[in-house]
Design a protein around this ligand. Structure first.
Ligand SMILES: [Zn+2]
Length: 223
């Protein structure tokens, strides 16, 4: 690696740390993350993955607490233990080259549907921002295991930007951390709409034709 490339990577790394700390606090404020549950990461072009540490409250995490791991999950930099869901983050990055950031949360509405094993259909046209017409549910496995990572990978078909995890939470992805965080927020909004409409009766779900029109419009000018 030349000195110039090294400096560029270090600069990218510094901004990744910063983004993760700021985003973690925002997601905490918005109620998508709570205490130490959930985790977020950014993958750099050199495949260094910057990830939040395990068991640290989001308002206490500082730039130096962020851990750098390789796609094999091994720690490359940092004194903290990386998030217990590091295998999940690494496997999603490995199988989805379109993904450069991941947000994993246990946000309440999305997790309620995940507990019920219910996928989220096209209850609102804004599901198009997630590049799918259905947010699928990955099968349950113990948190932090390779099995859970594989279940998420199997349920997470590109270009979809979100998937629920049975009895656990959700995973949202993006090409930037902001995009992944916005996707996590969108899943929580859609889950809230779906649950509230189910309490009144049978929700009207948008048809594939109606969603195709939304996607066509979205391609020209994202909502
Ligand atoms: Zn979790």
């Amino acid at each position: 690696m030349t000195t110039e490339t090294q400096t560029a990577t270090e600069t990218l790394g510094d901004s990744a740390r910063n983004e993760l700390v700021v985003c973690g606090r925002k997601l905490l404020e918005f109620g998508l993350l709570s205490q130490t549950s959930g985790n977020i990461s950014i993958k750099l072009p050199n495949d260094d993955v910057y990830i939040t540490p395990s068991s640290m409250e989001y308002d206490r995490i500082k730039n130096e607490d962020i851990v750098v791991v390789g796609l094999d999950g091994k720690v490359r930099q940092g004194s903290r233990v990386p998030s217990s869901e590091t295998p999940l983050h690494c496997l999603v990055y490995e199988t989805r080259p379109d993904v450069s950031a991941i947000v994993h949360t246990h946000s309440p509405y999305a997790t309620t549907l995940a507990v019920m094993g219910m996928s989220i259909p096209a209850v609102h046209y804004m599901i198009a921002v997630l590049r799918t017409t259905t947010i699928e549910v990955a099968a349950y496995a113990t948190y932090g295991t390779e099995e859970l990572a594989r279940n998420v990978r199997d349920a997470f078909v590109a270009p979809s930007k979100a998937v629920l995890i049975a009895n656990h939470g959700l995973v949202a992805v993006g090409s930037t951390l902001k995009e992944a965080a916005d996707a996590a927020q969108a899943v929580e909004t859609l889950a809230g709409l779906y649950i509230r409409s189910l309490t009144i009766g049978k929700p009207n779900i948008l048809s594939d034709e109606q969603m195709a029109e939304v996607f066509a419009k979205y391609e020209k000018k994202p909502a």
